[in-house]
Design a protein around this ligand. Structure first.
Ligand code: PCA
Length: 222
């Protein structure tokens, strides 16, 4: 069936939320489990599109861009697993380097390689992370602001996302990265998938309703 422009203009706006496939020998990745559960939900009038991204340098970014082109989201939140962290980590900054401690899912292990040669050293998140922190903590979900997203595939995807969003083509679209802890069966510290889903839901709702972040010391919010 042909869809006229006026029909497609009436489609509800979307939020793209991505999670990664399992990596490093684990059979699961909590980021994808949580995002899969969120797929199709409507949050503040926006339909959540859940997309799976491969834990592969370069390919991850091409997949993200293809999803953005397909769904034209108003907001893009990438999520990934950060084993060893005990709280949902609202990432503040993406840096322009790949420096892998373990191989990605096709065996690549770049060391000291810029993501965008000649690009800015770093991008700040476009998400209102302090307001999101306040919302999660107020609702009893363990959360923190993180000052580093690492130098593996998540940071690369985050940097690539912010580099895209800096272009006029994506003007008005906001985005960033959130890391989530292991599931209980992967090790400690951990968080149940239901709590991760709840945290992401709150984070999405907060990002949609907050256009100017609050200024508050992160420690004071916990
Ligand atoms: N976490 C990894 C990559 C994929 C994922 O879920 C990271 O933090 O870079």
């Amino acid at each position: 069936m042909l869809t006229s422009p006026s029909t497609s203009a009436r489609k509800p706006p979307t939020v793209l939320v991505t999670g990664f496939d399992p990596f490093g020998g684990s059979p699961v990745n909590p980021s994808w489990d949580a995002v899969h559960a969120l797929h199709g939900r409507v949050i503040s009038g926006h339909t959540v599109i859940g997309g799976e991204i491969p834990t592969i340098f370069g390919t991850s970014l091409r997949r993200l861009e293809a999803l953005m082109e397909e769904f034209q989201p108003r907001l893009v939140i990438c999520t990934g697993q950060a084993g060893g962290r005990g709280a949902i980590s609202l990432e503040r900054v993406a840096i322009n380097v790949n420096d892998a401690r373990i191989p990605d899912n096709v065996g690549a292990k770049p060391i000291d390689v810029p993501i965008v040669p000649g690009g800015p050293a770093a991008y700040f998140t476009g998400l209102p992370i302090k307001a999101m922190l306040q919302s999660l903590v107020d609702h009893g979900v363990r959360a923190e602001v993180s000052q580093t997203a690492g130098t593996f595939v998540c940071n690369q995807t985050f940097y690539g996302l912010m580099h895209l969003l800096a272009q006029p083509r994506w003007q008005g679209v906001r985005g960033g990265l959130i890391h989530v802890p292991w599931l209980p069966q992967q090790g400690q510290p951990s968080m149940r998938v239901e709590e991760i889903v709840r945290g992401l839901e709150l984070a999405i709702a907060c990002a949609l309703s907050t256009h100017q972040d609050i200024r508050k010391e992160a420690g004071a919010l916990n």
